[in-house]
Ligand binder design. Structure first.
Ligand code: SF4
Ligand code: SF4
Length: 409
């Protein structure tokens, strides 16, 4: 390691051990205020941003814990300065929350030094249940989550996986989340969205109920100007924005790409360049990459010190071939549904494929497929001699569904 890098690393670790603990503050809450949005500071070499009207000040890189099952990785992430940890009621059938609570709360005794977010997943078929049942489910699930997390509050509670704006407006959902917030079991409430993000977030802007949004943002969306403008408006309204799926972990790089791209993928450049691209949007407070190895963790945390591109990162992002391939990443937009005679829920099926192929998380893939109806969700494919579903962006839908069938059905 060069002397300069060694010094930077020491500064970084020093900050992680000391200064970061003092950064976690609750600012004054001013509804609808954008006063905190522009704030960015450096502390001990780390870039710190304020999470909208929550007032939480956190380093720009957090941890999406979903795919991780090694407590040592969570421990190391904390040691290296990560202070935001994102989990969910459903991840690993509750074991993910258990791990977060055991490491951060029980072992490290760091509850007051970290921002913990979890999510309650009321599945789409359950969203039309009577209001009382929806409320009872929320009450039960938040209590289970808090027990697993070994704490009496979470910092952020999301409604999980919102792609239909109507769900955000559901009075039973709003009353459930507000009740949990009033009971101080969650300090702030919000939702996560990976599909139809633009209209879902536009609806949230009208409702003015949700404090934080966990949303998909990555380089494949570089030309989705409407969505980027909507995110800017959300931040201006004081909503805290956290980005997920930042490194575009989709199989685009495996589908017969030339070795030049694979070289980028295999090296750290792809991760740091893609993460920086997301975080250079100032309306994003923090990203939650889902690293599962110590090497990936080390790649991601380098970004916490500087968002300046290196020459190699610039070269990667400007590479025409990379841009072309990025344009072919599935945006889960749903436009292909009309090209499938059976009108299958293709965006969700493609998301299951992403969990299995890109994340290597077969358990999450299986559970999500179960939520969609299991085998039945793809039964119609048996009647097609060849898949006619088409994507204007070039995603090979038929091939991905074949793979999905071979892996899970
Ligand atoms: S395959 Fe294409 S059309 Fe279908 S959801 Fe993905 S990006 Fe949209
Ligand atoms: S094979 Fe393709 S076109 Fe046929 S039902 Fe399945 S997704 Fe639709």
């Amino acid at each position: 390691m060069s002397e300069k890098r060694a010094i930077n690393r020491r500064k970084f670790l020093g900050a992680a051990a000391g200064t970061v603990a003092g950064m976690l503050t609750l600012g004054g809450y001013v509804p609808g205020s954008a006063q905190n949005q522009k704030s960015e500071e450096k502390s001990g070499g780390l870039i710190i941003r304020t999470l909208g009207r929550t007032g939480y000040k956190i380093p720009v890189v957090g941890m999406g814990v979903m795919n991780a099952d090694n407590p040592e990785l969570v421990h190391r992430a904390y040691e290296l300065g990560i202070r935001h940890f994102d989990t969910a009621y459903s991840y690993q059938r509750g074991r993910n929350e258990e791990m977060v609570g055991k490491v951060l709360v029980e072992e490290l005794k760091a509850r007051d030094k970290v921002i913990i977010a979890t999510k309650i997943n009321i599945r789409p078929p359950q969203r039309s249940l009577p209001a009382q049942q929806i409320k009872d489910m929320h009450r039960r699930m938040i209590d289970e989550s808090l027990t697993r997390l070994r704490t009496d509050y979470v910092d952020i509670l999301y409604s999980h996986d919102v792609s239909d704006p109507e769900w955000l407006k559901n009075p039973a959902l709003i009353e459930s989340l507000v009740e949990i917030k009033e009971q101080k079991k969650a300090r702030f409430i919000g939702f996560s969205t990976h599909q139809n993000m633009d209209s879902v977030i536009k609806t949230a802007l009208e409702l003015k109920v949700y404090d934080v949004i966990l949303t998909t943002l990555n380089y494949s969306l570089f030309d989705y100007t409407d969505y980027l403008n909507t995110l800017k408006k959300a931040a201006a309204q004081g909503i805290g924005l956290i980005a997920m799926k930042t490194q575009c972990q989709q199989p685009w790089y495996r589908e017969g790409q030339p070795s030049e791209l694979r070289r980028f993928y295999e090296g750290p450049v792809l991760h740091s360049a893609l993460l920086k691209w997301v975080l250079r949007h100032e309306f994003i407070t923090c990203a939650v990459p889902g690293f599962t190895t110590f090497d990936q963790l080390n790649e991601d945390i380098r970004v916490m010190n500087s968002l300046d591109y290196t020459d190699e990162e610039k070269k990667f992002l400007e590479d025409k071939m990379v841009k072309t391939q990025m344009a072919a990443v599935c945006r889960l937009c749903g436009q292909c549904v009309s090209t499938c005679p059976a009108r299958l829920n293709l965006p969700d099926l493609l998301r299951v494929h992403m969990y299995a192929s890109a994340y290597g998380n077969l358990l999450q893939a299986r559970e999500t497929l179960e939520e969609l109806g299991g085998k039945k969700a793809m039964a119609a494919c048996e009647n097609c001699s060849a898949c006619t579903a088409r994507c204007a962006r070039g995603v090979n839908i038929g091939r991905r569904l074949e793979e999905l069938k071979a892996w899970l059905v």
